[in-house]
Design a protein around this ligand. Structure first.
Ligand code: ARG
Length: 584
């Protein structure tokens, strides 16, 4: 559709320039204003002519009338154009879709819909980044799947991408863990219990430090001091503490990897917070040299009042570094290491201020790449209305959520399709996919309330439904191959019925959805598009015989449409971490 839009925009622009040569407009402006009418009866594309009234000093109706004639005669892809209340409504030429769009999908295959604007550019993406020894809970679903989806989208557009898991592997929580482990833990217990055992220790020591009135446990601040001391020893390189620290990280990573594997996610770098310990002093010194820091209450801060923000904390009173300090050092390191054109950070919206603050500090430090830093925030997740607490350990783990979904899908499969081969694999793909799809169906910034029942339904707008649709296209293609019907495009002069034409038009919109998803850092654009494709395909499937169509040419055409649908759905699934399965 991008090509179609650009063709139409060219003709409109020529019309505008002829009437008023001084108009400062580009083809891209005009293409960007083209809309899809709310009702297909009105046309396939519409141009709102009020956009030009000011420049052309004419009414929208006059402009639409003038452009209609021009567009209808000069654009091969437009079959008719007319004014409707100041909108230029256009219908697309079916033969253009069959002769141009369909072969393009079939030829380009996995590359269909891929923009090229990322070629030669690099993007680093910081996402997932769990805090070691704290639970990997459903709140991390957002950063993990939005982050990975953005990586896939950028890769699709030609960017070289570096996925970074900025593990929270440093900080006083390790002091606490070390103390708790020595006090209550054992090697066997951790080896057996994995990250759960670590979380248990962490929760236990937090409860001990702050006390629990209900359970009659008095607060024990001495434990907090002890923990700080152990962390300090770790900072100084104490061998024993270092060994424990490394071990805690390895145990945690092992667990995270299982979840990443289910999502088919891998990272290019695991450089966590600890890696930047020795990279911070240089940045702190630079801040000092540039006189950007001042002392407030003993702490070193960068005052951001002028920019309407609270100060950015660089050093605590005791000289220890903070979260922003590390982020600044990490950004400088990454710029040097990867020379990125864009650095994307995906976190919960609660961290928006943190990012705005340190981005500003980077700008004040004179780094001219400050405007290449992008924070991508997302909303809160709750489950059936329940909020999530992390300190108490009372949370829904991502792993458990996936396991429950897989279990449920397995039951449905046992009922619906007991002879399905590779049932375990399929159940995992559908179960995990259901959660990912449900999550990514919403605008990322919206808070979402997770409802398992809705997510797993086979007949709502869900992951299982779209995976089912994909599997349906595969099964038709297999049967077509067995019957010797090739997907080689449309026969000349074919005239499409409404379902065929709707499907093909929907398929042609893929490229612009990819561009919008990248521009807005919004994977849900793809999720919603997948639903449109699935709906259009299923209408086509129900109303039109494919393999048993009356004549050979129609059979071949419909099989081609099915092949194109499979390609587009497959490409789109790939962009949102949804696995393609051939049978469900
Ligand atoms: N570890 C942090 C957390 O779980 C997220 C890190 C996000 N990335 C960053 N560069 N600050 O809250």
């Amino acid at each position: 559709m991008l090509k179609i839009k650009s063709n139409i925009a060219k003709v409109i622009l020529a019309g505008v320039l002829e009437a008023c040569p001084e108009a400062a407009l580009t083809e891209a402006d005009i293409a960007g204003w083209l809309e899809y009418p709310p009702d297909v009866a009105m046309g396939d594309l519409a141009f709102p002519c009020f956009r030009l009234s000011k420049v052309m000093r004419r009414s929208p109706v006059q402009i639409a009338t003038m452009l209609a004639e021009r567009v209808a005669s000069a654009c091969d892809c437009v079959s008719s154009a007319e004014n409707m209340n100041g909108y230029l409504n256009m219908k697309l030429e079916g033969s253009y879709l069959t002769a141009d769009v369909l072969p393009e999908i079939l030829e380009k295959g996995e590359k269909y819909g891929a923009p090229t604007f990322g070629e030669g550019k690099t993007v680093v993406l910081d996402y997932s980044s769990p805090n070691v020894a704290k639970p990997f809970h459903i709140g991390h679903l957002g950063t993990t799947v939005i982050g990975h989806s953005l990586k896939k989208l950028h890769e699709f557009a030609g960017y070289k991408c570096v996925g970074i898991n900025y593990l929270g592997d440093w900080g006083t929580q390790f002091g606490k863990l070390i103390v708790a482990y020595r006090k209550w833990g054992s090697r066997e217990q951790i080896e057996e219990g994995g990250v759960d055992a670590l979380v248990e220790l962490y929760v236990k020591i937090n409860n001990a430090i702050s006390g629990n009135e209900a359970e009659g446990i008095a607060p024990n601040p001495a434990l907090a001091d002890e923990s700080r001391a152990e962390f300090h020893k770790l900072e100084l390189g104490d061998e024993e503490n270092l060994a424990l620290w490394k071990w805690f990280i390895a145990i945690s990573l092992e667990e995270y990897e299982k979840t990443y594997k289910q999502l088919d996610i891998s990272f290019d770098s695991y450089k966590g917070e600890s890696f930047y310990t020795d990279k911070m002093p240089a940045q702190v010194q630079k801040l000092r040299d540039m006189q950007l820091m001042k002392i407030s209450d003993g702490a070193s801060i960068v005052d951001l009042e002028e920019y309407g923000m609270p100060p950015c904390l660089i050093l605590k009173r005791d000289g220890s570094t903070l979260y922003p300090t590390r982020d600044i050092a990490a950004a400088v390191y990454r710029k040097n290491e990867y020379n990125f054109d864009k650095a994307i950070y995906v976190t919960a919206a609660q961290q928006s201020l943190h990012f705005a603050q340190w981005f500003k500090v980077v700008e004040l430090m004179g780094y001219d790449w400050y405007d290449q830093l992008v924070h991508v925030p997302y909303g809160m997740v709750s489950i059936n209305g329940a909020k999530l607490a992390t300190r108490t350990g009372n949370v829904v783990l991502l792993r458990d959520l996936f396991a429950a979904a897989i279990d449920k899908v397995r039951q449905i499969m046992d009922e619906k399709n007991p002879d399905l081969p590779n049932k375990d694999e399929a159940a995992e793909a559908v179960g995990v996919g259901a959660i990912v799809f449900y999550y990514l169906s919403n605008n990322r910034i919206k808070d979402i309330n997770f409802n398992m029942e809705d997510a797993l339904s086979y007949d709502g707008n869900t992951g299982p439904y779209v995976q089912y649709t994909y599997a349906r296209t595969c099964s038709i293609m297999n049967k077509a191959a067995a019957a010797g019907i090739c997907a080689d495009g449309a026969p000349e002069g074919v005239s499409m019925n409404a379902q065929e034409s709707e499907l093909l038009k929907t398929l042609s919109r893929f490229g612009e959805c990819v561009e919008a998803a990248i521009r807005e850092y919004e994977p849900s654009v793809i999720t919603r598009y997948i639903l449109d494709v699935a709906a259009a395909f299923n209408r086509f499937y129900h109303d039109c015989a494919i393999l048993s169509a009356e004549d050979e040419a129609t059979r071949a055409f419909r099989v081609s449409l099915t092949a194109a649908t499979r390609t587009v759905l497959g490409n789109a699934f790939n962009l949102i971490c949804l696995r393609r399965i051939e049978q469900i």
